[in-house]
Ligand binder design. Sequence first.
Ligand SMILES: [Mg+2]
Length: 163
Amino acid sequence: MRPIQAVRGIQDLPLEQLRGAGVVGFILDLDNTLVPPGSDEVPGETRRFLADLRRLGLLSVIVSNARSERADRMGQALGLPVVSRARKPFGRGYRRALGLMRLPAAKVVAVGDQLLTDGAGAWRQGIPLYLVDPLSHREAFLPRLARPFDRVLRRLLFGRREV
Ligand SMILES: [Mg+2]
């Protein structure tokens, strides 16, 4: 599996194919991957995606840099365990998520919208990343600050201009 692959969004993840390849766990970013940043609204695509994961018997954990109050609340709303204040790209959050699922990195993929946090973090753990387009362009200060660099990296890697 390539270390980083770009897809439009979570609805385009090849879940059955991944399961066939031995993937049983997903490390999911929260803001701009599952829900619009700072929003408590859960998009229909996200509900369908999480239902598909459950139907296929796949495990998942949210690993988010968001503060714990919000991340925990969203984890409850989505019915998923959460590692909040994960400080991606550092490794602690990924290791905790693997521990929660009791899985080795080789059986897990990560999903996120930012190369500098989700991409670099997963790379350091040897976990392949599915890079999604961000759900919304309204976001908090730090991710917004990082966004231009992220765009340049995306273009270098994938030649995509629309994000
Ligand atoms: Mg994000």
